[in-house]
Design a protein around this ligand. Sequence first.
Ligand SMILES: Nc1ncnc2c1ncn2[C@@H]1O[C@H](COP(=O)(O)OP(=O)(O)O)[C@@H](O)[C@H]1O
Ligand SMILES: [Mg+2]
Ligand SMILES: [Zn+2]
Length: 512
Amino acid sequence: MVSSIKTISLNGIEGNLVEVQTDITGGLPAFEIVGLPDISVRESKERIRAAIKNSGIDFPSRKIIINLAPASTRKEGTSYDLPIAMGILAALGEIIKENLENTIFIGEVSLDGKINHINGVLPMCIEAKNLGIRRVILPKSNKNEAAVIKNLEIIGVNSLNEVMDYLNKKIDIEKTTVDIQNIFSKKEKEGLDFSEVKGQENVKRALEIAAAGGHNCLLIGPPGAGKTMIAKRIPTILPDLTFEESLEVTKIHSISGILDSNIGIINKRPFRNPHHTISQTAMIGGGRIPKPGEISLAHNGVLFLDELPEFNRDTLEVLRGPLEDKNITISRLYSKVIYPSNFMLIASMNPCPCGYYGSNEKECQCSKQSIEKYLNKISGPLLDRIDLHVEIKPVKYEKLNDKKGEESSIQIKERVNKARKIQHERYKNSDIFSNSKLTPKMIEKYCILNKECRRMLELAFNKLGLSARAYTRILKVSRTIADLNGKENIEKEHLAEAIQYRSLDRKYGDKF
Ligand SMILES: Nc1ncnc2c1ncn2[C@@H]1O[C@H](COP(=O)(O)OP(=O)(O)O)[C@@H](O)[C@H]1O
Ligand SMILES: [Mg+2]
Ligand SMILES: [Zn+2]
């Protein structure tokens, strides 16, 4: 007695078709799984045996061989439980075979025959659709994320008995549909808004520029100046997620198992805020069964590193590659996985260990050496990838009490969206979306300076002692400022504003 069931395996965020072939013959009782299963798949035998028994079916005391084809790729995780159980039930003749056609099975079973939640259903369903599969049978708690994929029949199930009854046409299960339009049109009601931040016009302006051009940004200021408060509000002014972008985000959250099963698709840009004690693996991803790290969970959104110098220097160093490549490759014993990591880096720091260097309120107690050591924790190459340095001074008391309404996030976001549209149009024939991603060649083409601007930049370099690394940063930021102002060419005022955002390149000039 032979049967064949289809399922999907995961490698990184890519799904691949796997055929579960079951052969039940006479001979000594045995239950073997072959086809490069790892320990987590081999363990499924005991679950499946109990689940079938507890669903009221005699588990055959014959020789059962399961082959997971193609045998060349490693299989891991618990999502093979359901397809293997179905393979055995089909081989036993418990299910009408014709009803198994054009169907993918994924799910974990528990000892009592219940079907449990698994991670990574979205990328699996995307592959199922690519393969032209008609129907996916999966755990009920996974049905909403699967139903995001159009033209795929999604059947959410609770137990093995339910699957059998459904396939044998004893019961009907309604296919799941979700209204994507509705999810996307839901406007955030939840608290945070820039209108709560009093004053700080210059900081808000800098962050508007950062959001408009997708620029990485470092906030520098004394304790209590509002760095954390302001950073947490950045997602509220970022441009809206497109459907394609949200699929990418949802895929990563799906394989990480942190997707809310009621929602199905993520409709806002992620904001990840890892603590400074985070390990390198948690930051960039990896582990025995590899998982995406914070940099991938922040894909298409913001990675906020509060108190940057507190992070382990090595953990910060590994960010350099992903900041450049927009993805991360994790090597494994037999394979490698690639996770996307196109995030906007927002970091905060005090100007020195005591926090008051350059402040008017308190005197800085730090020695030159201690400041040097503090700043050295952030390497030059990392700073190199940060376009905007923004100084925050504590807001004045009168401002805090000011009843004058501040601009809301929606108002700022409107301008951001407008500037993004200009960039989309300009870069439509290339593979970038925002000014922050301009290559040196593109900078030459799109960031042309007139004579007056060139002279100003030269002067700035000589007078402020700007480093060479500041040069391309200033041009890219000027381009964004010009876009925010709806100007075709970079003008003197745009350039002058961009130069202001290089404070770390010059600020410590006097103390050193
Ligand atoms: N501009 C501001 N408008 C309103 N409240 C502010 C402002 N700046 C600071 N605060 C208040 O001060 C608190 C401390 O700010 P915080 O963001 O933690 O500072 P930092 O991270 O720079 O140390 C905030 O939670 C907020 O209540
Ligand atoms: Mg803080
Ligand atoms: Zn100090």
